[in-house]
Design a protein around this ligand. Sequence first.
Ligand code: DGL
Length: 275
Amino acid sequence: MSLESRKTAPVGVFDSGVGGLTVAREISRQLPDENIVYFGDTARVPYGSKSQKTIIRFSEQIIRFLKTKQVKAIVIACNTASALALDAVRDEFHIPIMGVVIPGARAAVEATRNNKVGVVGTDATVQSGMYTKIIHEMNPEITVIEKACPLFVPLVEEGFKEHVVTQEIIEYYLESMRNTDIDAMILGCTHYPLLRSKIRAYLGDRIQIVNPAYETAMDLKRLLQEQNMANDGTTEQHSRYEFYVSDAAEKFTRFANTVMPFDVPVTNVVNIEEY
Ligand code: DGL
């Protein structure tokens, strides 16, 4: 690939479904000239209740698909896949791949003043203990309390943000977190930032909410600059977005239009099992 085509090549971003759009949205804010190819595995969501073996296989297939789009780097926007598959796929594919767990952990380590951090995520992410491991590599003094909140995902998928049941489930899951003295809490699942205002209102100002998406976009910016492959927007090939899913494209398009700061006209369906 020539230097110019390396710069204009898209960044691949993937998630188990719609949640990773929160990461794509942050990338589009911080790196507005980058082209993005997004893949949401809507046929196989949720990943949060699946085994590591399966999550690695799904991630491999998606990376093979994204490589057919000539991506220059890949962001695993899914916390579950970042926690369980990042190491495996990094060893396997010769392309820069980053996840959201390391950036999210770093943001929390920087945010906490009393060295007590909470993490909420899917069952698989919490069981992996990956957030605790990475936070301890950065600062072994920090106490980490992890809590799985699996019902947040379907509530977001169903557009139940304002529903009374969502408030009840937030209280059910987060009461124990609110009763600790943590002063920072990582939203360790792509869907949870979409409930951020509700979670914040329940936890109060004492606990700083950390969304890994912001730090992930910053890390991506750094990586592209270091490797001299940032899109500088000087050619016509910039700020283009393509969306792919493994199922239910119209539902995804409707959702994407509520998350992304621009119009998403179409989503394409891919038979991901072919990859
Ligand atoms: N994208 C997943 C994550 O960030 C949440 C949804 C799922 O369970 O697949 O962990």
